[in-house]
Design a protein around this ligand. Structure first.
Ligand code: HEC
Length: 487
């Protein structure tokens, strides 16, 4: 049998089109793109439909900024605050990226409310869309979980105390409350174990679940199809369908660009603040959660005391009612004015939630003592933001142990003591009547300047009795690194 090679199918000359064809034969990317972009929308594109894509876009922005933050972050109670302040004060664009991430969580909550509001107003949960709705409910809960766990991570005063209140609430769960609280905190008190638990939830477990449920949400959406406008039959649409691409794609893209524009603008104008490190012994700090948890916080205040069990039961009842909506409201009627119970209930809830939030802020500022404390907390955070970054090795006696873990610094310390520097400059360079303190010389001089100064003391030093330091180069280097970290 003669072996005649089969000719390759006529391939176009252009390298780009050839590459695309090569990929398509192996992946079917054309039909995939076709499938995802040609989703028919009964009645055509509308601005009202942009929120779902907006949420997806915000979620991706959170992942990207979150990955950058995770490059530096250390989930331990004695380092978390230092690394976040390093991100804010030293890392290029660190404060900007952190602000986008922090404000992004608020953005997600706002767009979530718009997305849910649109779904409820349009009755687009109707017509075999129960699972679509339920996966959305789970996504909402997961997002609230992300907001809650992320808030603790900077480990500043407000993060610590707000999360202490939040985790205190867990103890109110009937029967298993106290054990559940210990599980979440990793003990009775908040500490490194709490932080690492929140970190693992925030960075691994919740995002993994989010991705899974986003996939199922999109799948259920595509399966049921877009519901279209309010007078459309949710199961068998009558209006002519228009493809998702290009008009809806453009609207979604414009909305996403607007979101990132607003976030970037706010992040650059008002960087997210970082307060002083959490001090669990501070008994004056008034804990306050993020704005979207404020109404719940205020509600708890009204329920304080024995009724605080209601603080668990009430949200649970609300959640069950919310999840049950498409199972209870089953008619084909979608016009909002014909569905007063669901639409009215939702609007009532929004109004009540807003009113509680307003009451919470009003309470804070109507009591002069409380207002003064809130003001002080703001000022402390602003003041901390203005301070230069202080590395841990220099941040105080607690971390002096850390500094001495560095053999070079340890050697420098020995030389400092042996060279009787301490007789004039005091223990750990705090200064004596005989000579100035050496704390902060690291900021004042470079390594080279410091070595030169030690080799050839200036007039002031010689007058004060300081003799030239004469030692081997690496000893001198050790001594200077010891001096540099004195604070
Ligand atoms: C006899 C006392 C004495 C001893 C011992 C001594 N110093 Fe000094 N040192 C001085 C005086 C005085 C000055 C000048 C202070 C001034 O600028 O007003 C000085 C200045 C310095 C400065 C410059 C500080 C600045 O802010 O400009 C450094 C650095 C320093 N000493 C390091 C050392 C080291 C390291 C040793 C040990 C090897 C040492 N000194 C031992 C008295 C002493």
């Amino acid at each position: 049998m003669t072996n005649i090679p089969t000719p390759e199918p006529q391939s176009p000359n252009n390298a780009g089109t050839r590459l695309v064809a090569w990929i398509d034969r192996r992946t079917g990317i054309h039909s995939l793109l076709h499938e995802s972009l040609d989703e028919p929308i009964p009645g055509g594109a509308r601005w009202a439909y942009v929120f779902g894509s907006g949420l997806l876009f915000l979620f991706m922005s959170q992942i990207i900024t979150g990955v950058f933050l995770a490059l530096y972050y250390v989930p331990a109670a004695d380092h978390a605050h230092t690394v976040v302040s390093y991100i804010v004060k030293e890392v290029t664009s660190g404060s900007f990226i952190r602000s986008i991430h922090a404000y992004g969580s608020s953005g997600i909550i706002i767009v979530l409310v718009l997305h849910i509001g649109q779904t409820i107003l349009y009755g687009s949960y109707k017509g075999r869309r129960e699972l679509l709705w339920l996966s959305g409910c789970i996504l909402l809960a997961l997002m609230l979980g992300m907001a809650f766990t992320g808030y603790l991570l900077p480990w500043d005063e407000k993060a610590y105390f707000a999360s202490a209140v939040g985790t205190n609430l867990i103890a109110e769960v009937p029967f298993i409350g106290p054990s559940l609280q210990r599980l979440v905190r990793g003990g009775n008190q908040m500490g490194t174990l709490t932080l690492s638990r929140f970190y693992v939830l925030h960075v691994f477990m919740l995002p993994a679940m989010l991705i899974a449920f986003i996939a199922s949400h999109v799948f259920f959406f595509r399966k049921a199809g877009a519901a279209g406008p309010i007078n459309e039959n949710p199961v068998a649409p009558k209006l002519p369908a228009v493809s998702f691409y290009p008009r809806q794609v453009i609207m979604d893209a414009v909305f996403s660009v607007a979101i990132i524009g607003i976030l970037a603008f706010i992040a650059s104008k008002i960087p997210m603040d970082l307060g002083p490190a959490a001090n669990p012994a501070d008994t004056h700090f008034l804990p306050r959660p993020e704005w979207y948890y404020r109404p719940a916080f205020q509600g708890l205040k009204y329920l304080s005391g024995r009724a605080s069990l209601l603080g668990i039961v009430l949200p649970a009842i609300l959640a069950v009612i919310f999840a049950a909506v498409p199972f209870v409201d089953r008619g084909r009627e979608r016009r909002p004015w014909r569905r007063p119970v669901v639409v009215g209930g939702f609007l009532l809830f929004l109004m009540a939630y807003t009113a509680l939030g307003v009451a919470s802020y009003r309470d804070d500022y109507s009591d002069p003592g409380m207002a003064a404390q809130m003001h002080k907390q703001d000022e402390d955070a602003q003041a901390f933001m203005k301070q230069p970054f202080i590395p841990e090795s220099a941040a105080g006696s607690a971390s002096a142990a850390l500094a001495s873990a560095d053999p070079r610094i340890l050697k420098g310390q020995a030389l400092y003591q042996a060279g009787s520097c301490s007789s004039c400059h005091g223990d750990r360079g705090v200064g004596t009547a005989a000579a100035v303190a050496l704390t902060g010389v690291g900021q004042k001089y470079s390594d080279a300047e410091l070595s030169t100064l030690l080799h050839t003391p200036n007039a002031k030093m010689t007058n004060g009795g300081m003799t030239p330091v004469d030692m081997k180069d690496d000893d001198l280097a050790a001594l200077t690194s010891y001096l540099r970290q004195l604070h």
